[in-house]
Design a protein around this ligand. Structure first.
Ligand code: SAH
Length: 517
């Protein structure tokens, strides 16, 4: 047995990736093997190394994919093989997570392990619904109880010594044991739970809230009373996973509701940017409460010819260019990588001035430690030409590192002013080959409220990815970052529902929020 084998039982939190712990992130980054459950948000897997072995050990309500014994055995086996194992479990591993059983198996096998607690859904789901489990003057205690199987419990099963956990529940004690009761699992047993609590002296009008998919963008809350919660939850179609909060604190939601009161709560928005660029838009949308789903419609394929790049970088360093114009963040990151690969840094620009087509491109320059000398007020290539108005370009040499098939307006306009343009083609924006992504399926199903476009090529490429079928895009609102993108939408025969007034990612999100019904 190798001495390195080690298991971390890590709490994944209730769903919102920002509730994952710093320790969890570190353990994931170090893991050779990650065993994860259905309730551990798959988004956390991005913290794992690319070469880590990711094993799904989830249990579906209908069909067991791996038994608990198999999971225990696998943990022991991987650790014995010398692997660093992360066992990622929804919420907190020791709150109804069977983490205790896994720890027992590891202890029995002599495998070293640690436990990293996580944020439990028992507290976090109520919190995201605006319900504090304790509150001064209202509730000074709370209990977390499993509701699993309460509904199936019969006199028979009790007599036969059922292994049903709730068979052992002392309902009289639970009803009076704590001010706030939080039930996990068993949404189907709400009627039984309510009946027993009322039977044991809890008032029928006690406030109750059931929170489905707590802390996830699709979180939903049904608020009611003990007398009516079963009917109300059934009517609303509440399904697992859900927690049920019983007690006066549930009433505080009326005043403290926040997560699902944000402007874009419950809205599903498609983000069509490249994988590298999508995150900022997704984050800003999520901040407003939306569920952002990324479907990259552009794949950057580098096409630069080495000898041409060599020559351009050399001429830049020897101050042959008066200007360098960047019309996309992609051009900046690729160009700067070429500069670094040749052993240079930002000083390669020497005395050349730098222009950026808009604020996003200027921000990309700033990330490279470069300040744009010229950023047009109106964000579009025409704005760039206007911005050069009044500057002497006669005989000036301008380097234009950019994409293949980029629009020629800039070149024509600058040449008309007497400049000499050296175009340096760095990449091609291609249509991604993947036609089987979640985003595309959801779009075909019509489950997006809004589809966002931040470039005209994203519009054209998405339509190509839909094999020319415009129907899915007619069923949703289309948001465009600016006039050029909006024109591309209309040219495709579609309607623009939202257009940013400031042509930036933040401007796009602001316009979507403003236009949200
Ligand atoms: N260890 C987990 C609980 C595992 S038991 C924790 O600490 O949260 C599984 C039950 O947890 C589900 O049936 C449901 O009642 C609850 N649960 C887990 N994640 C949830 C979520 N995001 N929203 C609501 N309930 C959740």
């Amino acid at each position: 047995m190798s001495s390195n084998g080690f298991v971390s039982l890590v709490g994944a939190g209730p769903g919102d990736p920002s509730l994952f712990t710093v320790g969890g992130v570190a353990r994931m980054a170090a893991a050779d093997v990650v065993l994860y459950d259905r309730l551990a948000n798959a988004a956390l897997l991005r913290h794992a190394r690319k070469d880590a072995d990711l094993i799904y050990a989830g249990k579906m309500p209908d069909r067991h994919t791996m038994t608990q014994d198999e999971i225990n055995a696998l943990l022991v086996e991987k650790a014995r093989a010398g692997e660093r194992v992360v066992r990622l479990k929804g919420g907190d591993p020791f709150v109804f997570g069977r983490g205790g059983e896994e720890a027992e198996a590891l202890a029995a096998a002599g495998i070293p392990f640690e436990v990293l607690p996580g944020v439990t859904s028992a507290i976090a789901a109520p919190a995201y619904a605006g319900i504090p489990v304790t509150h001064r003057g209202i509730a000074s205690s709370f209990a977390v109880v499993t509701a699993h199987g309460a509904g199936q419990q019969t006199a028979d099963s009790r007599q036969q010594g059922s292994d049903d956990e709730t068979a052992a529940l002392d309902w009289a004690a639970i009803a009076h044991g704590a001010d706030t009761l939080v039930f996990l699992m068993g949404v189907g047993s709400l009627g039984e739970i309510a009946a027993r609590l009322i039977e044991h002296g809890r008032a029928a009008d006690t406030p109750v809230a059931v929170i489905e998919w707590g802390t996830h963008p699709r979180q939903r809350t049904v608020a009611s009373t003990l007398a009516h919660i079963a009917d109300d939850a059934r009517e609303a179609g509440v399904q697992a996973p859900a927690v049920t909060v019983v007690g006066e604190v549930a009433r505080l939601r009326e005043r403290l509701r926040w997560f699902d009161a944000r402007p874009l709560s419950g809205r599903r928005v498609l983000v069509t940017r490249t994988r590298e660029q999508a995150s900022e838009l997704s984050r800003l949308l999520e901040e407003q409460g939306a569920e952002a789903i990324e479907l990259p419609t552009i794949e950057i394929v580098e096409t630069a010819e080495q000898s041409l790049v060599d020559a351009a970088v050399e001429e830049l360093r020897t101050s042959s260019f008066q200007w360098v114009i960047f019309t996309s963040p992609n051009a900046i990151s690729i160009f700067m990588r070429h500069v670094r690969e040749r052993g240079h840094d930002a000083r390669a620009f020497g005395r050349a001035q730098i222009a950026a087509v808009g604020p996003g491109t200027a921000a990309a320059l700033a990330r490279e430690g470069l300040v744009a000398d010229l950023v047009p007020a109106a964000y579009a290539q025409e704005g760039l030409l206007d911005a050069f108005e009044g500057r002497v370009l006669q005989g000036a040499r301008i380097l234009l590192p950019r994409a293949e098939d980029a629009r020629d307006n800039v070149i024509d306009g600058l040449e008309a002013k007497g400049a000499r343009i050296d175009e340096l083609v760095l990449y091609r924006a291609a249509v991604p080959p993947d036609r089987d992504s979640e985003g595309l399926h959801l779009l075909r199903e019509g489950s997006f409220d809004i589809v966002t476009f931040t470039s005209s090529s994203a519009v054209r490429n998405l339509i190509e990815m839909l094999d020319g079928d415009l129907a899915p895009l007619r069923r949703t609102r289309i948001a465009a970052i600016g006039p050029v993108t909006a024109d591309a939408v209309r040219a495709a025969g579609l309607e623009v529902g939202v257009m940013a007034s400031e042509y930036t990612i933040a401007g796009l999100v602001a316009a979507i929020v403003e236009g949200a019904p």
